[in-house]
Design a protein around this ligand. Structure first.
Ligand SMILES: CCCCCCCCCCCCCCCC(=O)SCCNC(=O)CCNC(=O)[C@H](O)C(C)(C)COP(=O)(O)OP(=O)(O)OC[C@H]1O[C@@H](n2cnc3c(N)ncnc32)[C@H](O)[C@@H]1OP(=O)(O)O
Length: 251
């Protein structure tokens, strides 16, 4: 346990994030904004959905999260305390991510789902949580790929890796420029990602030129020793008139 947490600390430090504090090493459950535990889940993990009618936030620990995922999650939660980092909630409908004022321009459709949240079984699909650092124009995603994301036996499908990278970089681009779409995404797949492992997807907006946002991203193992993928992307801030036309064409 100590050895694993030491490696985790080194991995975080490599990225300019504070290393794991010794006091945090023995903790086995997640802290922070978790709702009350339900029977069968470890203390402090997320209950399935709200009883009060609001959307379920999926970016909270559940029973499928490995110890590495929980350790990393707790480390990032600690980093939110000074306000520099923020956890991004995650819903299965994109409209729940959109501010109320902007929702008026969208037709509410309940039959659609955010692709990343299309698999219901806990731990089988995309288990992830993202953290945003606005001043650094950076979004880090903790990602644990589940068994339904298989490509080659035992490893995550390249499309699932592209999806989590696009979404992490995309969230970063949204935080910088609002309504954006991916125009270009280029990925070098360096080492395969074992199913059930935990990787850090670390994205940053490097440059903004008019409506163009240029970003880059690295996907690495928790111990920082394995580079799984590197990516660059171009996101375009939507032109208001063109965006209205696009919206009209899909209704
Ligand atoms: C606070 C945080 C909250 C987070 C909350 C989380 C929410 C939960 C996560 C969800 C995160 C989802 C993230 C997924 C994001 C997708 O997956 S989006 C889906 C995939 N992308 C698409 O379908 C886009 C399809 N393409 C298009 O619609 C249009 O081509 C675009 C991209 C909107 C651009 O069209 P346009 O606005 O007409 O732009 P256009 O005038 O042609 O070009 C503008 C400039 O960009 C350049 N450009 C355009 N395309 C390219 C290109 N491919 N290569 C190079 N240059 C280009 C042009 O040359 C031009 O350059 P300048 O002449 O100005 O120098």
């Amino acid at each position: 346990m100590w050895r694993r947490c030491g490696a985790l600390g080194r991995a975080l430090a490599l990225r300019g994030l504070p290393g794991l504090a010794p006091g945090a090493a023995g903790r086995r459950t997640a802290s922070g904004p978790s709702p009350p535990a339900r029977p069968g889940l470890p203390c402090g993990t997320a209950a399935a959905g709200s009883q009060l009618g609001q959307s379920k936030d999926y970016a909270l620990p559940n029973a499928s999260w490995s110890q590495d995922m929980l350790d990393l999650y707790n480390r990032f939660l600690d980093m939110t305390k000074d306000g520099l980092w923020k956890r991004i909630p995650s819903y299965n409908n994109i409209l729940d991510h959109i501010p109320e004022s902007m929702k008026l321009t969208y037709e509410k459709r309940k039959d659609t789902r955010l692709f990343l949240r299309s698999i219901d079984a806990e731990g089988a699909g995309f288990e992830y949580v993202m953290f945003l650092n606005t001043s650094e124009k950076r979004v880090v995603c903790l990602f644990q790929p589940g068994s339904y994301l298989e490509g080659h036996p035992g490893f995550a499908h390249g499309g699932s890796i592209a999806t989590i990278i696009d979404s992490t970089i995309g969230s970063c681009a949204i935080s910088v420029a609002g309504k954006v779409m991916t125009a270009n995404l280029s990925i070098d797949y360096v080492n395969p990602v074992p199913l059930g492992s935990v990787v850090l997807v670390d994205s940053k907006a490097d440059k903004v030129e008019g409506r163009k946002v240029f970003l880059s991203c690295k996907m690495q193992s928790v111990d920082g020793n394995t580079l799984h993928a590197e990516a660059t992307a171009l996101f375009i801030q939507l032109d208001a008139t063109k965006a209205q036309k696009q919206q009209a064409s899909c209704q």
